[in-house]
Design a protein around this ligand. Sequence first.
Ligand code: FAD
Ligand code: SF4
Length: 512
Amino acid sequence: MNKTHRLYLVLGDQLSFDLASLKGLDAEQDTVLLVEVMEEASHVPHHPQKITLIFSAMRHFAEALKQRGIRVQYVTLDDPHNSGTVPGELRRWQTLLHAEELHLTECGDWRLEQSLKDCGLAIQWHSDSRFLCSRAEFSSWAKDKKQLRMEFFYREMRRKSGLLLNGDGSPVGGSWNFDAENRKALPKGVSPPSPVRFSADAITQEVLALVVKNFSSHYGVLDTFDYPVTHADAQALWDYFLDWGLAAFGDYQDTMASDEPFLFHARISAALNIGLLDLRELCNDVEAAYWAHRIPLNAAEGFIRQLIGWREYVRGVYWLKMPEYAGGNLFGNSRPLPEFYWTGATKMNCMSQAIGQSLKHAYAHHIQRLMVTGNFALLAGIVPSQICDWYLAIYMDAFDWVELPNTLGMVMHADGGYVGSKPYCASGQYIKRMSDYCRNCAYKVSESTTHDACPFNSLYWHFLMRHGDLLRGNQRMSMIYKNLDRMPESRQQALWQRGQFLLAKLDEGESF
Ligand code: FAD
Ligand code: SF4
C-alpha cells in the first residue's frame, strides 16, 4: 500500500529532535525541509553573528537528522533556485516532491506565521510543546482578568511544573519569589568565570564566509563568534554554567561591570530559543542542584523564575495581543533611534559599554538591556517600533515573541502596562549603584543640571514631568511624584531645561 508522503518544514528556531510536528515522521517515506532565506535574514539588519548561529545550527541539525536515517532537503541561501521566502520554498518543494501533506510547528513570529497561513497551502499546524504553557492555556488563564501580572502566572507555572515545591504544594523557602535577594552589586575581589568558547568547525567556517559575502552591511562584529551550534556544545555551555556560574547568579543577577559582558549569566538564551536546549531539562537540573545543596535558593528560584515565569509570560502576552500589540505607543513617542545605538559612539560610559559589547558579542544581559539601553530609549522618548527593531536585530537570542514584549512592554511601557505594572524608569543613581560604569564616565552622576551632568538624571525627571498625566494615577509611581512635587520650582525648571537641551541635541542627530 502506498503511504502518504509528508513534508515537514523545520524553521531555524525549531531545531529540536522532539519537535511536536516531527512526532509522526516516517523516516522511510517522509522528508524534512530546512531553508535559509533572505527575507528572514534581512527583514531587520540582524547581527552577522546571529545569522551565522542560525544557519550553522540548521546545517548541523540537518546532518544530525541524516545520521538518524531521515531524508532531508536543505536549501542554502546561495542556491540559485532559492525563492527567498519561507512560503515560496514550501510551495516549491511541495510541488517538486509531490508532497501530499505539509506539517509545521507554530512559528515564533506572528509575521511569518501569518504569511504561511495566507499563502494558500494547506498546512497542518502543531502546537509548540517546547513551552510549558501553550497559547490556548495562556489565553484561558488571561480570560476575564482585568490586569495580567507575571507573579500570579509564575505561581501557576510553579504549581504546574512542581518545581521547588514542598510536599503540601507550598513554595520551598516559604516564599514564591526571592527577587529582593537578586540585587547585590559586585564586590571587589569577586570575579566571574571565564566565558567558555566554541571554535568554528568546517560547517561554521562555510557559513561565516557566506555571511561575510551577503551581510557585510549589517552592524556587528563577526570574528568574535564563539557560540555553540550543536546540541552537544550547547549542553557543554550549560554544564559549565551549572558548575561555575549558577551559584552566584542569584546574588549578582542585576549587577553590571566594565568589560565584563557575561558576569554570572548563562548565555544560553540563543541556544534555548532555537531548540538546542530543552526548557524542562534546564529547570530540572537547576532544581537538582538546589536539592544537592550545590546552589542557594535565591539562585535556583531566581533562574527558574526567568525561565518558567518571565519567558513563558512574555510569550503568552505576545500571542494573546498580536498583531495590535506591535503598534503600542502609550506615550506617543516620535523621536527616531539615535545613530549611536548602531555604533556605540557616545560619551555615556554605561551606554558605550552596553552597546559596545552588543556589537561585539550580540549579547547584553537583562539589566543592561532594561536599565541602560532600554531606560535611555524610554527617557528619551524613542519611537517604540524603532527601538524594538534594534533589539530584534542586535541580539543573538532575539525572536519576535520574546523580544517584542520585553522591549515594547517591559522597557517602553508602550503597551500601557500588560507586561510591567509601571515603567522601569531610573536616573543615573540606579546605574551607579549597580555598576562601576560611572567611575570612568565623561559625565558626573552626582550632577543633574550642569554641562557635565549625567544625562540620565535630567532625562529621568523630564520624562516624569512630561508624562505626569498618564503616570501620576499609577499607585506604584506615587512616591516618585511626591519627590518631584517636593522639589523647589527653580530646580524643576532647571531639570526641564537640561532635559530639553539634551533632547534637542538628539533631534539634531548629535551624540553626547
Ligand atoms: P540569564 O540571565 O542567565 O537568564 C537565564 C534565562 O532566563 C535566559 O537564558 C532566558 O532564556 C530567560 N530569561 C530571563 N529573562 C527573561 C525575559 N525577560 N524574557 C524571556 N526570557 C528571559 N531574551 C531573549 O531570549 N530574547 C530576546 O529577544 C530578548 N530581548 C530582550 C529585550 C529587552 C529590552 C530585555 C529587557 C530583555 C530581553 N530578553 C530577551 C531577556 C533577557 O535579557 C535575556 O534572555 C538574557 O539576557 C539572555 O542571557 P542569558 O542566557 O545569559 O540569561
Ligand atoms: Fe551612565 Fe550617567 Fe553613569 Fe555616565 S554618569 S555611566 S551616563 S549613569
